[in-house]
Design a protein around this ligand. Structure first.
Ligand SMILES: [Fe+2]
Length: 192
């Protein structure tokens, strides 16, 4: 069983940046419940799990991806705050960090082991892709609706839809980690 303290250890440095206790606790709770519902038993399993089934992850695991997207979104926010004399919008860092940690939480329910050392889409995943299942989970826990927007709209489901700025930043950080892997598979990443 994956406990609250396991999740706190995985995401500790980022969780500690979340000032609002309810958001911090809710973020951990969503991961614990996601692990239960997806039947993930150990942190080692989470670290062995690919972050997408849509392309070859080249060994990048689900936890590494979640951490990289959270850090990427954070730095995109800080870059604008550092260099814009007049920020056109405010950035809510609790929302941004919780949204980064949670953007793919629905994958805990969307993926399952295929029994042959690989992974496949679960029945739940066929019924609701991870932005939908993750958004439902966050809403059920009582996380703010803006964090529900980050989760629900971070991928193609959010294209052309109203988004909070934190959704935009998480989306860009997410695709900055995903697109190069797709490009490698297609032979389109110039990598020499
Ligand atoms: Fe992602």
């Amino acid at each position: 069983m994956i406990s609250k303290s396991d999740i706190e250890e995985l995401f500790g440095p980022y969780l500690s940046m979340i000032k609002d206790e309810n958001i911090r606790e809710g973020t951990v709770k969503a991961w614990v419940i996601g692990c239960e519902r997806g039947n993930w038993q150990s942190v080692d399993e989470l670290k062995a799990m690919p972050f997408t089934l849509l392309t070859d992850c080249k060994g990048v695991n689900f936890i590494e991806h979640t951490l990289a997207v959270t850090e990427g979104a954070l730095q995109l926010a800080k870059a604008q705050e550092k260099h814009y004399a007049n920020m056109p919008y405010g950035i809510d860092y609790d929302r941004l960090i919780a949204g980064g940690i949670l953007h793919d939480v629905g994958k805990l329910m969307e993926f399952e082991k295929d029994g042959q050392g690989g992974y496949r889409k679960s029945h739940a995943g066929k019924c609701a892709r991870h932005p939908i299942s993750g958004a439902i989970l966050a809403d059920e826990i009582g996380l703010p609706e803006e964090i529900v927007n980050v989760i629900g709209c971070h991928a193609k489901e959010g294209d052309g839809r109203p988004q909070v700025i934190e959704t935009v930043l998480v989306h860009q950080a997410d695709f900055a980690t995903f697109n190069p892997l797709v490009m490698i598979t297609k032979g389109n990443l110039i990598n020499e």
